[in-house]
Design a protein around this ligand. Structure first.
Ligand code: GN1
Ligand code: MG
Length: 361
């Protein structure tokens, strides 16, 4: 089906290769190579997650237009290249093509001379990941909330994930292994903490701002020559939220040197030196819009987003792998155990991480 889908996007050249990229956990992604080594990204949108793909595409269009207008008057950091993935129109001019089974396919430009990594390569790379997220927040900070549809209600609302977990846990048929028992106890011990960001939001301490939603390290594209961050891809969840979700996600993904897919759970560790580098890059771009209340909640955000993702993977394991794409039964449990171990490492280093945050200001 991907060949047929690729042909719906008139990009001018013959296709020489279509290669699946399995790093994403939601959409099916392919890298399409054209004769003159031009490339584009082809994706089948996961309709179970994004039930209104048209709205996702409309958000991406609006986002891109906003960013293009903004960059035209205020480029990022003198001379730094910054790119936004472009939606490539299908033959009928639409932003997507629907196949015979009702699946939505879309094409996006591939950012030339760029690559990303699943783990931080060194502190300079971590700094760039932070810088890229700060630049991204700056670019969308003045986008009006009503410009962006809520394409994934409940996304990053941690108490909602816990309520869903409770429902699934009360009525599942998954085997209770030692690992599952560990997961259940891990969640139980952190119930009281789950609403830390939503409470601060409800009481007006933390404002809603446009955010990326999914800025994990491999969504931050690096220029292959300069090593600078030049784009953040995967724009499906750009919508109003807390910058804390993004900061937490950037840090939990980039400070875990073993990455999300390791099975060496006991060795998973949050690296404070990488956190320091990310925050310094981030704050260089973002310090002017963060408030004291924002800073106060940074540690909680790092801890919460690791825990929340663990909870989401764990719930999906109990539910029978209905949300995240999984290679094998048990895959989402393994992923959950990684995030729980990361969360535990964050908790164990609380005073060190709080000091890094305080020193970064
Ligand atoms: C999912 O598809 P991908 O890998 O970009 C998920 C994120 C998780 C991430 C963990 C819409 O993103 O929230 O942090 O997996 N996206 C959605 O790898 O649920
Ligand atoms: Mg994503």
């Amino acid at each position: 089906m991907e060949e047929q889908a690729a042909l719906q996007f008139p990009v001018g050249n013959e296709i020489i290769e279509i290669k699946q990229d399995t790093t994403g956990n939601i959409n099916k992604t392919y890298l399409v190579t054209l004769t003159d080594s031009e490339r584009f990204i082809l994706q089948r949108i996961n309709k179970r997650v994004f039930t209104q793909p048209e709205l996702v595409m409309r958000n991406i269009r609006r986002f891109s237009e906003h960013v293009a207008r903004k960059l035209a008057v205020a480029p990022i950091d003198k001379g730094r290249r910054w790119e936004t993935p472009q939606v490539l129109a299908a033959r009928d001019g639409k932003d997507f093509w629907i196949d015979a089974e009702g699946e939505y396919w879309r094409a996006l430009s591939f950012i030339p001379r760029s690559r990303s990594y699943n783990t931080a390569q060194n502190e300079a790379h971590a700094y760039e990941v932070g810088f890229g997220l700060g630049a991204f927040h700056n670019l969308i900070s003045d986008m009006k909330a009503d410009q962006l549809a809520d394409t994934l209600p409940g996304f990053h609302i941690a108490p909602g994930y816990l309520a869903h977990f409770d429902k699934v846990a009360a009525n599942h048929s998954t085997e209770i292994t030692a690992e599952v028992r560990h997961g259940l106890a891990f969640v139980e011990a952190r119930r009281g903490f789950i609403s830390v960001l939503e409470d601060a939001k409800a009481s007006g301490k933390l404002p809603l701002r446009p955010i990326h939603g999914d800025p994990k390290i491999n969504n931050v594209m690096m220029d292959t020559v300069t090593g600078q961050a030049i784009s953040i891809i995967d724009l499906d969840t750009v919508k109003p939220g807390l910058v804390h979700y993004d900061i937490g996600d950037g840090l939990r993904s980039a400070c875990n040197a073993l990455g999300e897919e390791t099975k060496d759970f006991d060795a998973v560790c949050f690296e404070p030196e990488l956190a320091k580098a990310i925050l310094s890059g981030y704050l260089e771009q973002a310090h002017h819009f963060l408030t004291p209340a924002d800073y106060e909640h940074l540690f909680d955000a790092i801890r919460l987003i690791a825990f929340e993702l663990g909870l989401r993977f764990f719930t999906d394991h109990l539910a029978g792998d209905v949300y995240f794409l999984a290679d094998h039964r048990g895959h989402n449990l393994e992923r959950a155990l990684v995030q729980f171990a990361l969360c535990q490492s964050i908790e164990a280093q609380e005073s060190t991480i709080r000091k890094i945050i305080a020193d970064a200001l």
